[in-house]
Design a protein around this ligand. Structure first.
Ligand SMILES: [Zn+2]
Length: 259
């Protein structure tokens, strides 16, 4: 089993190289940590956000799970406990972080599985916790996705930071991606709605101290996308789009939707 050998050899290379660069950085942030974002992303081994965002020590918190799901607060009841709301409180309330980012990706095994089990009604959570997790917390994404699957060209509607920040989304309007990847994009946006369901964030979401963003990584092309409320779609982050995307984030005003 070569897996552990690879990791341990990696630790040796780290000790002889990058460790010396990191120690002063750890020291620098010890008494003055200033992370500016919390990133929820998938556990997929190909997802390397610290590389494609070029972030460093102290820059952002990260939470990873299968399918970058954040359970809706309605599902966080009774005796159930989840990491994701705890991480939101730690980041946004205890550490005053302003930006919450949900980052999905193409060829996501969790989203492929969620699509595959979309018509299965019950799951044995003891025998198949993966499917049970996806079915329970991915249900809202599947519901939102139905319009896309039907081939509707109308934009999907999502709740943003508050009901006044509702936004519309055209999913893959250029039809570049497969059906599971379209579900993955819908799933990212659905998580913003789920995050906004937590009462402990309400004041910060209303005042704009906490803002929600959706990113998406196209694994095989290596392209990174950010959802633009203005453009109502995921826009590739590149030299031409970066400034406009930044403005869109900074001036993330309400974009009221007519009912
Ligand atoms: Zn994934």
């Amino acid at each position: 089993m070569p897996g552990m050998e690879k990791l341990l050899r990696g630790v040796l290379r780290y000790r002889n190289g990058v460790r010396q660069e990191l120690i002063p950085q750890f020291e620098r942030v010890r008494d003055n940590p200033e992370p500016t974002a919390i990133l929820f992303t998938c556990m997929d081994s190909r997802m390397l956000p610290t590389r494609f965002c070029q972030t460093n020590v102290g820059d952002m918190f990260m939470v990873r799970n299968a399918g970058n799901l954040i359970p809706h607060s309605e599902l966080f009841c009774g005796d159930s406990l989840n990491t994701e709301p705890a991480a939101l409180e730690l980041a946004c309330i205890k550490n005053d972080i302003n930006h919450v980012i949900v980052c999905g990706h193409s060829d996501c095994k969790a989203m492929n599985c969620l699509y595959g089990i979309r018509n299965v009604t019950s799951h044995d959570k003891d025998k198949n916790p993966f499917a049970a997790w996806l079915a329970k917390f991915g249900k809202a994404s599947l519901n939102a996705f139905k319009e896309v699957e039907r081939g509707s060209k109308s934009p999907l509607k999502f709740t943003g930071e508050t009901p006044k920040h509702n936004f519309e989304a055209f999913i893959d309007p250029d039809d570049k991606f497969g059906i599971e990847d379209k579900l993955s994009q819908v799933n990212c946006l659905q998580q913003l709605q789920n995050i906004s369901s937590y009462g402990f964030l309400k004041d910060r979401l209303e005042s704009g101290r906490v803002r929600l963003h959706a990113m998406w990584f196209d694994i095989y092309a290596g392209d990174v996308y950010l959802f633009s409320r203005q453009a109502k779609r995921f826009v590739e982050i590149n030299e031409e789009t970066c400034n406009d995307l930044l403005k869109d984030c900074e001036h993330q005003k309400c974009h009221p939707i007519e009912d």
